[in-house]
Design a protein around this ligand. Structure first.
Ligand SMILES: Nc1nc2c(ncn2[C@@H]2O[C@H](COP(=O)(O)OP(=O)(O)OP(=O)(O)O)[C@@H](O)[C@H]2O)c(=O)[nH]1
Length: 394
């Protein structure tokens, strides 16, 4: 949660008239290098995924930043010495250059310094992967690389945030989610799922398919906006996790439709609204809410923008000032249709967000919906929140 003394972050002006970036399917050449954050529970399979990426002959030059080489130490590699007498901080990093052209960097302190050093080798790689520790909350890490002034003036000239990938253990993931707890209500494993754009449900070779189904249903409940793929030992087409441009103003492939019909779930943990499908979910302090939005007028979009700003920056509903800090939004995502078919995309990570127009995107072939949808993931997201937005848009 934002500390009360935190300044309201300054947003970068979005040029709503800018041409929408092309929808990319895989790593593509661009002026800035994409950065992907890999998070996931302890032992879920992050290193296995990274090791696969570092050893496979995929043709991409990928730089991987990790806290320690760990399992990848046995990879055939030559060490690059980057230490410099002028810069003692360089001593804390080690680089390995791998046979397939990938570059591996071990860091012991802040990721930003290592990335700056990597950028001195700009042009030497196509993508940066940042592997976090098993207990890391990806939200603050992602917000270091997105929509803040410091980033835009510095590293943002060279890199852009491509997406957050979370590896979830198909064997223990369900238990980890059910037992997750933290002083402020939302534990790390749920924060990881909430803050991700792609979720790999890994080790699906071990549990029976029904269990995998239940775990996947829980993940979808917590984060209805993420793509979920089942994997064994991190085997996945890299195009599905790298070069996804999750933070660009482009139409999403889809926001998951509410589940309808019967499914097995444990009522103790289930917050599904079975009557109307899975549009509200609650588990161990984390809530997610999907709200359908009608086609909006320009003034409704502006009111919606203000409403979002209030809940993200002031942590309460606009009409509920007497109840500060009742909401905590970890992630929000939305697609809004305005007037005669203009499409706007909302992306938010913690208290930073942008609403940007996608030009020429309202095209049924790209799967753009007739009406809009807002997905909020965080704390305190109950039916009052849905009602507040509905009243605003009436
Ligand atoms: N059966 C099976 N085992 C797997 C799979 N993926 C990873 N493992 C094994 O699970 C163990 C943990 O995998 P890691 O890749 O080290 O997990 P991690 O998330 O990096 O772990 P930490 O760094 O401790 O957080 C290792 O013994 C892997 O070989 C899988 O899909 N199926």
């Amino acid at each position: 949660m934002l500390a009360e003394e935190d300044d309201v972050p300054s947003l970068i002006e979005t040029d709503a008239t800018a041409t929408a970036p092309e929808v990319k399917t895989g790593i593509a050449a661009g002026s800035t290098v994409p950065l992907t954050i890999i998070c996931g529970f302890l032992g879920a399979g992050k290193s296995t995924l990274v090791k696969r990426i570092l050893t496979e002959r995929h043709g991409y030059r990928i730089a991987v930043i990790m806290n320690e080489f760990g399992d990848t130490a046995d990879i055939e590699a030559k060490t690059i010495n980057v230490s410099s007498a002028d810069d003692p901080t360089a001593q804390s990093e080690e680089f390995l250059e791998l046979a397939n052209g990938c570059l591996c960097c071990s860091i012991k302190d802040s990721g930003a310094a290592a990335i700056e050093r990597l950028m001195q080798r700009k042009g030497a790689f196509d993508h940066i992967l940042l592997e976090t520790t098993g207990l890391a909350d990806p939200g603050p890490i992602a917000s270091m690389f997105w929509q803040n002034e410091e980033f835009a003036m510095g590293l943002g000239r060279d890199i852009h945030l491509d997406g957050v990938v979370c590896v979830v253990d198909a064997v223990f993931g369900r238990k980890q989610m059910e037992e997750d707890h933290a002083a402020d209500g939302i534990g790390e494993s749920l924060r990881q799922i909430a803050g991700s754009d792609v979720i790999l449900l890994n080790k699906v070779d071990i549990p029976p398919p029904e269990e995998v189904e239940v775990t996947e249903g829980m993940i979808r409940g917590v984060n209805p906006a993420a793509s979920i793929f089942r994997t064994v030992r991190g085997q996945i087409d890299l195009k599905l996790i790298l070069g996804i441009d999750a933070y660009a103003a482009k139409p999403f492939a889809k926001l998951s439709e509410p589940e309808t019909g019967s499914h097995t779930c444990d009522d103790q943990h289930c917050g599904h609204n079975h009557e109307r499908g899975l549009t509200h979910y609650e588990m161990r302090g984390i809530t997610s809410l999907q709200i359908d939005c009608p086609t909006l007028t320009a003034s409704q979009l502006s009111r919606l923008d203000e409403w979002i700003r209030t809940i993200l920056w002031e942590n309460h509903l606009p009409e509920d000032e007497s109840n500060p800090n009742i909401l905590e939004i970890l992630r929000c995502k939305g697609v809004f249709v305005v007037g005669d078919g203009k499409l706007y995309i909302l992306q938010g990570v913690r208290n930073m967000y942008e609403i940007a127009e996608v030009e020429g995107a309202v095209d049924s072939a790209t799967g753009v919906p007739d009406a809009g949808k807002l997905v909020l993931i965080g704390k305190g997201l109950d039916e009052h929140v849905r009602r507040s937005l509905q009243v605003l848009l009436e």
